[in-house]
Ligand binder design. Structure first.
Ligand code: 5AD
Ligand code: SF4
Length: 339
């Protein structure tokens, strides 16, 4: 068997790792001082070499917590009666987006459940209104994270001025995917990702670590999938147990396994944008700071109005520190610059 140093050397030079070597790497024990783990050290260097020391800030606006889907792990699932549902009006969304850009952010992420209230026409009008003040040619990116849509909808939204789209594959194991997301179809998810590529969005995908029945082999296949579709952004996060869902008795994912997945993804996709996510912080008190030392280069301050934010509960929010101020303080401590 190759040593971890052999695998890392090949991966760093060629940005390729075999499935077996990914599995091996995911299985190597982490030392007591985790940040000395060679995989993390190399991923951090690769990040610095290819995408630099700047941490890209993406302002997250959670505009609706309604969802027609019923994913077993997620608090926004339609059968969850324990959350107060809200929707921002199109005018509110436009105002909030404009204020966020005016406040200095260059990227906004409009995120929500799959909510049919906002049809393609409404969404396009929202985007066009934002674009009349902040046109596409100038450096202001609009990202959507609103799930599966029709081919026509993706096309029209791109034409209206959306640049990026986040749609995690969640798991590449088809059976597991369809079990965890009843009524959803794996092939349709792949179709969505292909459409997004066709219409020249910057595409973000990603997965959840620690899902029931998920194996290390299946996680290795997820990583190869990110590479195969040449994902521009990769959001990797631990599954967090949500007491209001059918997976309430399934333990949350392992933090260091998430870091390994992140670091390997950085070696394979040296130029990708990889966020340090809030869910990481839920599993470790310095979760995001560590992620930024294991290959991540993006942070997502949550700028949602607090009256809505508390109800956007994908998973329980314990010690959330994802305000712009918290992130700024963290980056200053690390000597990294947010932009
Ligand atoms: N734990 C962690 N992440 C979750 N998501 C949904 N539910 C959970 C959970 N319980 C993630 C999914 C989805 C994103 C918006 O939130 O990966 O793509
Ligand atoms: Fe809806 Fe997304 Fe949650 Fe599934 S993961 S229930 S699609 S918000």
């Amino acid at each position: 068997m190759d040593t971890i140093y052999d695998i890392i050397k090949i991966a760093t030079n060629n940005h390729k790792i075999s499935k077996q070597n990914i599995i091996n790497m995911l299985s190597f024990p982490i030392p007591t001082d985790p940040l000395t783990f060679p995989l993390f050290v190399t991923a951090d260097k690769t990040r610095e070499k290819h995408v630099g020391n700047k941490v890209h800030l993406r302002a997250l606006i959670e505009f609706t917590n309604h969802c027609k889907q019923n994913c077993l792990y997620c608090g926004l699932r339609r059968d969850n009666k324990n959350i107060i549902r809200y929707r921002m009006t199109p005018e509110e969304i436009i105002d909030h987006a404009l204020n966020t850009f005016k406040g200095g952010f260059e990227t906004i992420v409009l995120q929500g459940g799959e909510d049919p209230f906002y049809n393609t026409e409404t969404l396009c009008k929202i985007i066009q209104s934002i674009r009349t003040i902040f046109p596409s040619e100038i450096n202001h990116a609009i990202t959507l994270s609103i799930g599966e849509l029709s081919t026509v909808a993706y096309k029209k939204l791109r034409e209206a001025g959306v640049n990026r789209f986040l749609l995690r594959i969640e798991t590449t194991n088809r059976l597991l995917y369809e079990k965890l997301s009843p009524c959803m179809d794996f092939d349709n998810r792949i179709r969505c990702l292909k459409d997004l590529k066709t219409y020249k969005y910057e595409v973000g995908t990603g997965n959840l670590i620690g899902l029931p029945e998920q194996t290390i082999e299946s996680i290795a296949e997820d990583i190869l999938f990110f590479n195969e579709i040449n994902s521009d952004m990769v959001g990797i996060g631990p599954f967090i147990t949500n007491p209001d869902t059918p997976l309430k008795d399934h333990p949350s994912g392992d933090f260091w396994l998430v870091m390994k997945v992140l670091a390997i993804t950085r070696l394979l996709l040296p130029n990708a944008n990889i966020p340090a996510t809030t869910s990481m912080e839920t599993k470790h008190k310095n979760g995001r700071m560590i992620a930024l030392q294991c290959g991540a280069n993006v942070a997502m301050p949550n700028v949602t109005n607090p009256i809505y934010k508390e109800n956007y509960k994908l998973y329980p929010k314990e010690h959330e520190a994802n305000s712009f101020e918290c992130i700024k303080t963290m980056l200053e401590k690390m000597g990294r610059v947010g932009m």
